[in-house]
Design a protein around this ligand. Structure first.
Ligand SMILES: [Zn+2]
Length: 412
């Protein structure tokens, strides 16, 4: 479907060029990859640029509280079986970053785009996607449950009337609420580990009943839709009832769920599950996440956990005790400056692991662990925490800017 649209106008071409120049200047000044600043300059010159760039592509949008960067990567790998792909692989997921990523992919057929939750409706309007994958919605940092519900409502309004196939998680009531204004939905039973934000009915506010894997509102009848795709242990079940084994280098149940959703997306574009899943095996790490690096003769696995649901997922994938765990928490701008979310995380899941805490807010974390009744040590920095541990695997779990600090320190 790509290729039958108008060529870029001179103004759009100028905007792309100016954006690239600004990005190059930003890189030269040592301010990172420059993709966001480049995109901002380009959008200023041509506010319509995102729409124009997207016209040339079959666009797939991916949004969620957790797992969107990884899923974007898995879908991109799978779709490369069908044609060239452009993607915002580094996770710059607001309009400027997305514009910049698309401007770099003039030969692509598919645009696989991670979108920040708050921008999904707008980006969907601008890019007229062929498919939208919705994974999960839960509180992020300080968002309270009410704000998460408002976000679901905003998605619901924004996606009403979309021509896209919406591939949505049937096990997350907020996702179902958001997706069910769309006419063409493919439901995936992708599971939901974190249920704290989904006890009340998004439709009427009643209490959701949760018998087994099912959920239903006794007051209004809003209920789990019947999925056509499912994650079942280590397998993806497709709509024909065939079970396809998932082999990933990425750890954990959540990534298997991401693979199941990605297989459903790929099938929408004619890529069979077997082919899609084989290609997903190639993904080793996503923007440094899950990478295992050697540092001070230990093997550090780098894990990112940005919000309560993310921490819970991460605890479920680490090696069992006595594998040492290093926890690092900052509270800089991108993290949210308040650390009261620490109280939403069940740290007792770490019982039995030797624990070291580091990061700007190590004392907040220490108080939390003390109340949880855990043994731990407060360390000055990563080097000290690593030296305390015996040789072998160490799990390091960090929130956003703390994760960037870790990557810098280990040279990854
Ligand atoms: Zn209800």
């Amino acid at each position: 479907m790509a290729g039958n649209s108008e060529p870029l106008s001179p103004r759009a071409k100028l905007a792309v060029t100016a954006g690239k120049a600004a990005a190059a200047v930003s890189r030269a000044a040592g301010r990172g990859s420059g993709s966001v600043i480049g995109g901002k300059v380009a959008l200023r010159l041509d506010p319509d640029l995102l729409r124009r760039l997207a016209q040339h592509l079959d666009v797939i949008l991916v949004s969620a509280t957790n797992g969107k960067t990884t899923t974007t990567r898995l879908i991109a790998e799978a779709l490369r079986a069908a044609g060239p792909v452009v993607s915002n692989a580094l996770g710059a997921n607001m309009p400027a970053g997305i514009t910049s990523a698309l401007a770099g992919g003039s030969d692509a057929r598919y645009g696989v785009i991670e979108v920040d939750e708050k921008y999904l409706a707008g980006v969907a309007r601008d890019t007229e996607p062929k498919a939208i994958a919705l994974l999960n919605l839960s509180r992020d940092q300080l968002d309270r449950a009410a704000e998460t519900r408002m976000l679901a409502e905003k998605w619901r309004e924004g996606l009403a009337g979309t021509k896209a196939v919406v591939i949505a998680n049937a096990d997350d009531p907020l996702i179902v609420w958001a997706a069910s204004s769309s006419t063409n939905v493919v439901w995936v039973a992708a599971g939901q580990e974190w249920k704290d934000d989904a006890w009340s009915c998004p439709s009427c506010g009643g209490v959701l009943q949760r018998p087994g894997d099912d959920w239903v509102c006794a007051d209004c009848g809003f209920r789990r839709p019947i999925p056509t795709w499912a994650l079942n242990g280590d397998y993806v079940l497709d709509p024909h009832g065939s079970a396809w084994p998932i082999h990933l280098q990425l750890p954990g149940r959540a990534n298997k769920a991401n693979a199941a959703t990605s297989a459903a997306v790929a099938a929408t574009f004619g890529v069979p599950p077997q082919v899609a899943l084989e290609r997903m095996y190639q993904v080793q790490a996503v923007a440094g996440r899950y990478d295992v690096v050697t540092f001070e003769e230990r093997q550090l696995r780098l894990l990112l956990a940005k919000n309560p649901a993310g921490w819970l997922e991460t605890f479920s994938l680490i090696d069992p005790p006595p594998t040492p765990v290093i926890l690092s928490v900052n509270a800089r701008g991108a993290d949210g400056t308040d650390t009261s979310w620490l109280w939403d995380v069940d740290y007792t899941r770490l019982a039995g692991h030797p624990i070291c805490v580091i990061g700007d807010r190590k004392l907040d974390l220490a108080v939390r662990l003390e109340v949880a009744g855990l043994d731990f040590r407060v360390c000055e920095n990563l080097d000290e925490a690593v030296r305390i541990a015996p040789p072998g695997r160490i799990e390091t779990i960090a929130n956003y800017t703390a994760f960037q600090d870790l990557r810098r320190r280990v040279g990854n």
